[in-house]
Design a protein around this ligand. Structure first.
Ligand code: ZN
Ligand code: ZN
Length: 364
């Protein structure tokens, strides 16, 4: 319910959740945001969904004032928009060139299933805590000012800083192959998180939003597009299957795929999300993931693509299945009802794809 006090200050800034202020709705320490009146939770649905321009979807929950809220520091930097894709690509590529890949990170990537030539080609680099001043100064000498670049922020003395916890930098590319975001596979997990974006939004700088990762193979064998989740998986699928692969930074962020696919114009789209993603750790179905996958598939079918679901027996993700040389099965998801001929609605996986006819179900 909206009460008078929630209308008194309609522009109260939303704070991103963090360790010190978890989401009042789902309790997680990332992704969601809130102010004293409203939470936008990215995990727990409500009857008030909000679509972000980044393609993510959140849900509005009214808080009735039980939440402690302190206004954030608003710096002048944060009102300047994020740099263009061309500029991000230039700065991020120059940054990656200045970094190397440590031996332990090289080993970590090989364990994950990357061939040595692919590790080099994909552009993974080590973000260490050391020598950051030197890196920033030499970067500035090449590209000039770092305004609008997520991951860079000015300190009190006006000096540029490179933000981000140490780990492996994973380039995220748009359809044109421009590096528009860098994700970090953290050396040390933060709470339950293994990945962070290279972002400076917490220091008054810029965040990358939730870009998708478009990975073109060296040699593309078919007009098929694979859809996976996360930063590494599209690289493994693209390299091993010679297929154009799109990685979404979480199933809830599938909407960013649609404009990319409209540019790519594939005939067939293969959904290769983790098979066990529909099941929570305790073995119960994860309704949110299941619903996001249904929405994604319905949207792909309505865009006119032939849509297939990839499944495999023992591995967690498509990358693990490919590396372990497991058999990958493909299931057609554009199915017609035998009784009325209308399109069936995909309900998700319970071992095999499940469908319902909404027309016939309504008749009964
Ligand atoms: Zn939440
Ligand atoms: Zn029917």
């Amino acid at each position: 319910m909206i009460n008078q006090s929630s209308l008194d200050n309609p522009v109260e800034k939303f704070l991103r959740t963090n360790k010190a202020r978890p989401c009042p709705i789902c309790g997680h320490t990332s992704w969601c945001s809130f102010n004293s009146k409203i939470a936008i939770c990215m995990r727990i649905p409500s009857d008030r969904p909000v679509d972000f321009t980044t393609g993510a979807q959140g849900f509005i929950h009214f808080l009735n004032g039980q939440v402690k809220y302190s206004a954030p520091l608003i710096t002048s930097q944060s009102t300047i928009p994020t740099a263009s894709a061309e500029r991000l690509d230039l700065v991020y590529r120059r940054l990656l060139k200045k970094l190397r890949l440590s031996d332990s990170h090289w080993e970590r990537l090989q364990k994950r299933g990357f061939a040595p030539r692919d590790i080099l080609r994909c552009g993974f680099r080590t973000l260490s805590a050391k020598k950051r001043d030197r890196i920033v100064n030499s970067l500035k000498a090449e590209v000039g000012d770092l305004t609008g670049i997520p991951g860079f922020a000015k300190n009190k003395d006006g000096d540029w800083l490179l933000c981000g916890k140490p780990g492996i930098l994973i380039p995220y590319m748009n359809v044109k192959g421009q590096v528009v975001g860098l994700q970090i596979e953290l050396d040390e997990r933060m709470e339950d998180e293994k990945y962070h974006w290279l972002s400076s939004s917490a220091k008054g700088g810029w965040g990358p939003g939730t870009p998708i990762n478009v990975v073109w193979p060296l040699k593309r064998l078919a007009q098929t597009v694979y859809i996976t989740e996360g930063g590494y998986k599209p690289y493994i699928v693209a390299n091993r299957l010679n297929a154009l692969t799109l990685g979404i930074p979480g199933v809830g962020n599938w909407r960013g795929l649609i404009p990319a696919l409209r540019e790519i114009k594939p005939k067939t789209v293969i959904v290769a999300l983790d098979v066990d993603a529909n099941t929570s750790a305790d073995g119960r179905p994860n309704r949110f993931v299941e619903r996001y996958e249904q929405e994604l598939v319905a949207s792909l079918i309505s865009e006119g693509y032939r849509v297939l679901r990839a499944t495999w027996a023992n591995a967690k993700g498509p990358d693990d299945a490919i590396v372990a040389k497991e058999k990958i099965s493909l299931h057609m998801l554009n199915q017609k009802c035998r009784d009325c001929g209308n399109d069936l609605t995909y309900l998700g996986l319970r071992h095999d794809p499940q469908f319902v006819c909404k027309t016939c179900a309504q008749k009964n």
